[in-house]
Structure formats: structure tokens, C-alpha cells
Write a protein that binds this ligand. Structure first.
Ligand code: FDA
Length: 453
């Protein structure tokens, strides 16, 4: 057993953990980051697969993400725009494909009117929500009791309008069916991005990428910490009391510290043994949080052939296995890359069939948007975060029905020397790297203050 002593031990070398560690070090506190995996970055993972550089995890940066943008600038990382020249495609309820430009999908005029009206209603409600305290909204309890799907059913009889509005939050963000989370949780998701309109606008929410990959953020932050980041150290025990913590890994490391930060998805807390146990309400709360489930599909071709047809690569359909897809060609790459997303129930269905059939059905879905050439990529890869022991889903975690109003206010509250930070508990930037950085900064500031007392 190797023993270390530090002011703060941080569990997890993702964007939140590496940010917190750097902030604490700047404030003069000693730190060590213990990472379960053999790499830094968590849900940020840029890797080369069969000769193609792929963003296996998070990749996009949007204009409202100030904390991430500041960090990118500080680390000297360059960004580039997602390719968006030409027309987008939409496949409607009848299976018919339509090319379009702009944000609103090409649906029947009465459906379009309903979509525009619902976006206005949601923007109005989102403006009343503080993403850091959605439970303080006067109607929080009522909004948290009704599923987003049921709430939409109260708003309109137009099925296609409902399917499209649901898509922006359910398939595209929380990656859970719209009946599995509340209207309040949906409003938080939109408020965390500034407005519901922002989620509808792919040019906003999926604006830029980082040259060389977004994993460079935690990698460069970890580089600054040198030997104070230790890989292959899954933390299995946290012993805590008034004097601080003793954190044990299952690879022979023990750290004594004044504080610990659990900088990973909250669904993973139950995998750690706490001595004494966490307070009962925390334990209850953690059982009401679950990860979404999405397969991010990468298909690389000898050229971006869809551009020759005047297509931007942007494609949507609530009725397709891959409900959204984009041109994801790397900066300066001659080859063309498409990225598609298969979410929640579609993902469940595809994990009931063989890997070959899954690939065939996903490529078939992409071919509905881009034509038969989409069926024959040079490189094909599925990011399967559900299989990752130290994440267990994607993109992030959210409360089940009623959980946000009931427990949300306590999610970030420290327990003695135990502090919590993760993108999955952010207000602004919730479920995004921006939120992870914000939470890393916040928890560091709280610990610096507590350490002074
Ligand atoms: P994260 O999960 O990254 O880090 C936690 C770390 O803790 C991990 O390294 C894990 O191994 C470690 N850990 C867990 N348990 C441990 C234990 N017991 N002991 C030691 N270590 C432990 N965001 C965005 O801004 N733009 C985007 O385009 C996307 N797209 C996207 C696609 C996909 C497929 C995914 C999976 C995610 C995204 N995201 C995203 C979300 C974004 O990647 C995510 O919100 C942040 O990277 C989360 O950072 P955290 O540091 O909070 O947790």
C-alpha cells in the first residue's frame, strides 16, 4: 500500500476533476487526482480508430459556453465551425424525405404553426427558470410530477409537432424517452443552454469543434498537474470524519486529505463504500438519478459525398433509428465523416440484436438521409458508453419523474469533507463540458473558502 497526504484528493480526471485540481493548486493547496481508467478525460476521448481520428465522447462547443471557451483560449486550443453549407434533410411521419434550410423542419403548415407556438411557450417558461435552482420555480412541484410527453399532450393534438419538440430534449439531449423525465427536467435542460430556441438551432448548439479534439482540454489540464494525476486507481473506499478523509483505491494507494471531491457521474457514488455511510437522503437521491443511453455512430467515407448533392449533412427525423446526423469531417481531412445518434428506446432495440445487424440497421437509417453510398463507409465505429464501467451511459445523468423538485437542491451539497462536482449537476452547461468546468471551479472555490475557516 502506497500512502500519500494532500489537502485535497480528487476522484476522476475528467473535465470537472482536472479543472478543480488546477484551481486548488493555484490557490496554494496540494492535490492528487485519482483516475480509475488508464487515460485522462472521462467522457472526452479523442482516438484514432482504423486510421480515422474520432471524437468518441463530447466534441461540440456552443457560443453560450463561456467557461469552456475561456478554458480553450487559456489552453491555446483552436476551434473550427461544423460544416453547414447546403440543405438539411428531414424525414416526416409518412417516411417522406424533404430538403430544407433554416431551423424549423419542413412539415405541414398547421404543424409548423404548432411547432413555432410550442417553442414560444417553452421559451417563455424557460425564461422563468434559474438553471442553478429550477426547484425554486413557483410551479416546480407540479412541473416535476408530469412527464414531458404528458405535458406536450396537454399542449397540442398535433402528433408530429409533439414528436419534434420532444426530440430536442429527449432523443437529442437527455437521451431518455419523453415519458421518463419531467417537464421541469426538460425546462432545466433548455435553461442550461439559455433558451429552448437554442436547442432547436443546430447551428447554435453544435457550432464549433476543437482542432485535434476536445479531449485536449482535460489532457492539457492534467499535464499541468504532472505526477499529481495517478491513473489506474479506481477509488473503492472513502472513510470520512471531522478530521478529513482516507481514500483507498483497489490498486494499492491510500490518500489522507482534508477534503475529497467526487468528480464523476453521480450514478457511480454507490460503487464506492463510504465509512460511515452517506446520509440517508443522499442515498435516496442517488437512486433517483440515472444515465441516458445513446449510441454515437461514426462513419468515415473516402470523401464527403453528400456535399456533391448540395447537402450540409444535417439530418433529422423523430421516426428514424438515427434521429439526427451531421457532417463530422475533421479539420483539414479530405475524407468525409458522418456522425449519427441512436437514442434511448432505439438504442435498447439495437442492443437486442447482433453487432452485424445493429451496424446494418444504423447504416440503412443513414442511407435514408444521404442515399445508398452511406451504407459503405471505410471506417465504422459505435461509441458505446453504456459498456464503460466508469461512465455507464451517455451523455449524462438526470433525475427521474419527481426527483428534481424533491432532491435537486441537495445534489451539490457537501457531506462533511466530501464535495461533489460533475457536468451532471451543473446549471448553465448542464450535461456539457462547459458545466463540468463550471462545477470544477465552483467546488474548488468552496473548498478554498472552507480550508480558510
Ligand atoms: P466525466 O465522466 O468525464 O469524468 C469522470 C471521471 O471519473 C472519469 O474519467 C472516470 O473514469 C472517473 N471515475 C469514475 N469513478 C471513479 C472511481 N471510483 N475512482 C476513480 N475514478 C473514477 N458535451 C459537450 O459539451 N459537447 C458535446 O458535443 C458532447 N457530446 C457528448 C457525446 C458523448 C458520446 C458523450 C458520452 C458525452 C458528450 N458530452 C458532450 C458530455 C460531456 O462529455 C460530459 O458532460 C463531460 O465530459 C463530463 O465531464 P465530468 O468531468 O463531469 O465527468
Amino acid at each position: 500500500m502506497t500512502e500519500l497526504t494532500r489537502d485535497v484528493v480528487i476522484v476522476g480526471a475528467g473535465a470537472a476533476g482536472t479543472t478543480a485540481a488546477n484551481e486548488l493548486k493555484k490557490a496554494g493547496l496540494s492535490v492528487v487526482v485519482l483516475e480509475a481508467r488508464d487515460r485522462v478525460g472521462g467522457r472526452l476521448w479523442t482516438d484514432v480508430v482504423d486510421g480515422a481520428m474520432l471524437e468518441i465522447g463530447g466534441q461540440w462547443v456552443s457560443p453560450d459556453q463561456d467557461a469552456l471557451k475561456e478554458t480553450l483560449a487559456e489552453l491555446g486550443l483552436e476551434t473550427y465551425s461544423r460544416y453547414r453549407e447546403g440543405e438539411s434533410v428531414y424525414i416526416g411521419r409518412s417516411g417522406e424525405l424533404t430538403r430544407f434550410t433554416g431551423e424549423i423542419f419542413p412539415v405541414a403548415p398547421e404543424t409548423e404553426k404548432e411547432i413555432v407556438r410550442l417553442i414560444e411557450v417553452l421559451d417563455g417558461m424557460v425564461a422563468e427558470i434559474d438553471p442553478d435552482k429550477p426547484w425554486e420555480h413557483p410551479d416546480a412541484e407540479a412541473l416535476d410530477r408530469v412527464s414531458f410527453e404528458a405535458w406536450l399532450e396537454e399542449q397540442t393534438d398535433d402528433q408530429e409537432a409533439r414528436d419534434n419538440i420532444a426530440l430536442f430534449i429527449a432523443g437529442a439531449m437527455l437521451t431518455k424517452p419523453a415519458y421518463a423525465f419531467s417537464a421541469l427536467q426538460a425546462l432545466l435542460m433548455a435553461a442550461s443552454a439559455g433558451s429552448f430556441s437554442h436547442l432547436v438551432d443546430a447551428d447554435f448548439i453544435l457550432d464549433e469543434r476543437v482542432v485535434g479534439g476536445l479531449q485536449q482540454v482535460p489532457l492539457l489540464l492534467a499535464e499541468r498537474l504532472g505526477d499529481d494525476v495517478v491513473l489506474d486507481q479506481p477509488v473503492t473506499e472513502v472513510h470520512w470524519g471531522e478530521d478529513g478523509v482516507r481514500v483507498v483505491t483497489d490498486n494499492g494507494l491510500e490518500v489522507r486529505a482534508r477534503f475529497v471531491i467526487l468528480a464523476h457521474a453521480p450514478i457511480l457514488y454507490p460503487w464506492i463504500e463510504f465509512q460511515p455511510a452517506l446520509p440517508r437522503l443522499k442515498q435516496q437521491m442517488h437512486q433517483h438519478i440515472s444515465m441516458g443511453f445513446v449510441i454515437k455512430v461514426h462513419a468515415v467515407y473516402d470523401r464527403p459525398f453528400w456535399r456533391e448533392q448540395g447537402l450540409s449533412g444535417t439530418a433529422f427525423s423523430p421516426y428514424e433509428i438515427s434521429h439526427e446526423a451531421y457532417d463530422n469531417t475533421n479539420h483539414g481531412d479530405e475524407r468525409g465523416t458522418l456522425v449519427g445518434f441512436v437514442s434511448d428506446r432505439n438504442a435498447d432495440d439495437l442492443f437486442r440484436v447482433s453487432a452485424e445487424e445493429r451496424k446494418e440497421r444504423i447504416l440503412e437509417s443513414l442511407s435514408h438521409y444521404y442515399g445508398p453510398e452511406a451504407k459503405n463507409p471505410l471506417v465504422y465505429f459505435e461509441s458505446d458508453w453504456g459498456a464503460e464501467e466508469w461512465t455507464r451511459g451517455a451523455y449524462a445523468a438526470s433525475f427521474d419523474l419527481g426527483g428534481l423538485a424533491r432532491y435537486g437542491a441537495d445534489l451539490r451539497t457537501p457531506v462533511g469533507p466530501i464535495h461533489f462536482a460533475c457536468s451532471d449537476m451543473a446549471g448553465a452547461g448542464y450535461q456539457h463540458v462547459d458545466g463540468a468546468i463550471r462545477m470544477g471551479r465552483l467546488v474548488a472555490a468552496n473548498i478554498v473558502e472552507a480550508a480558510r475557516r
